[in-house]
Design a protein around this ligand. Structure first.
Ligand SMILES: NC(=O)c1ccc[n+]([C@@H]2O[C@H](COP(=O)([O-])OP(=O)(O)OC[C@H]3O[C@@H](n4cnc5c(N)ncnc54)[C@H](OP(=O)(O)O)[C@@H]3O)[C@@H](O)[C@H]2O)c1
Length: 320
């Protein structure tokens, strides 16, 4: 089978499309014919091994996982003898932030991991675009209590995390102000944003509104640049470590002093996020945002584009 492999850390140039043997499922595993996966910012970190701290988990000098890929949508081709919840032919999707080696024509995954059936009426591409960003967005939101009276500002509202965050937060009834560039104003309004600030024309840190929550989903700002925009008990959350890795220690310091707080969301429970989004998809309350679709031979281009930090929503790698 075809798989995208790398044997060392580096940029997209270390990736190669290679022929490798098809994996064999263990007793609790599913063998999945991968129809598509995404190339996302988590994959980019795993490719480069940066920030270096992640190498403590994924391999100090060389990567333990030679095949990248954190999410997938595909069809079950075989099951291990103890598998109870799935059958051959089931259409499934899943996500695991420490890697699934899903950038290949086939992969295996335990039925006990974050893998679920695809809701009726959705394509492989549609569901795979609702995994990685939605999981992190859900893990921003489940660290705080957002309700209908709150005002929320989302920086990077059209990235994978941001586009999911706008939609998930709108379900709480809160008022969402989205920061985006000119080309994505219509998109972000269609996702539910109440107000849009075009960062190419206006500096959002000069806004006169005060917010209960500021979510910097792309790590392009900082607590100190946004602090004056927060209400007296407001919370700032970022997806990035921030200057001098401040988002790691500011949560502790701001907790001690009280008032305006910083939270750094450590993500957990991928399956819960998938189940939530699957339910919302079925109810017509969540839209996948798909930017570009690449084939395996174009994988280097796909990684270059995603690493540029300019994608809109999700970039798909299609194996069929
Ligand atoms: N903490 C974690 O566990 C974790 C996990 C995954 C990812 N991350 C990090 O989370 C961040 C976001 O990931 P993602 O996949 O959502 O990112 P992404 O999809 O690559 O974000 C791209 C978006 O960023 C926006 N953007 C670029 N420059 C901007 C600026 N100066 N101001 C405002 N928006 C800007 C762009 O919006 P426009 O098109 O409107 O310009 C584009 O839509 C990344 O930095 C990633 O490393 C953290």
């Amino acid at each position: 089978m075809k798989a995208i492999r790398r044997i060392k850390y580096g940029g997209p140039e270390v990736l190669k499309v290679e022929s490798v043997s098809k994996p064999i499922p263990k007793n609790d595993e599913l063998l999945i014919r991968v129809h598509c996966t995404t190339v996302n910012r988590t994959d980019c970190s795993m490719l480069t091994g940066k920030p270096y701290i992640i190498r403590a988990f994924i391999g100090i000098f060389n990567p333990k996982q030679k095949v990248l890929g954190t999410d997938f949508a595909g069809q079950i081709e075989a099951v291990g003898e103890n598998v109870k919840s799935f059958a051959i032919g089931d259409r499934v999707w899943g996500f695991q932030d420490d890697g699934l080696s899903s950038q290949a024509e086939y992969m295996t995954v335990s039925e006990n991991k974050a893998v679920i059936k695809i809701p009726e009426g959705f394509s492989y591409q549609e569901v795979v675009a609702c995994a990685e960003g939605a999981h992190y967005a859900n893990n921003f939101i489940n660290k705080v209590n957002i309700n209908a009276n709150d005002r929320v500002l989302i920086n990077g509202a059209t990235g994978a995390i941001g586009s999911a965050a706008v939609q998930l937060i709108k379900h709480s009834g809160a008022t969402v102000t989205a920061i985006t560039n000119t080309k994505n104003i219509t998109l972000v309004k269609s996702l539910g944003a109440d107000r849009v600030i075009d960062y190419q024309k206006e500096d959002f840190t000069k806004d006169l509104e005060r917010y209960n929550f500021i979510l910097d989903t792309v790590g392009k700002s900082s607590f100190f640049k946004c602090k004056h925009l927060l209400s007296s008990d407001g919370t700032y959350i970022s997806s990035e470590l921030g200057p001098y890795i401040q988002n790691v220690y500011l949560p502790l310091i701001t907790k001690i002093y009280g008032g305006k707080r910083v939270k750094f969301p450590l993500p957990f429970d991928c399956k819960k996020s998938l189940l939530l989004v699957s339910q919302l998809l079925s109810q017509g309350k969540f839209k996948p945002v798909i930017d570009k679709i690449y084939n395996p031979e174009q994988v280097k281009k796909a990684y270059q584009y995603v690493a540029s930090g300019q994608k809109t929503g999700n970039v798909i790698l299609s194996f069929t």
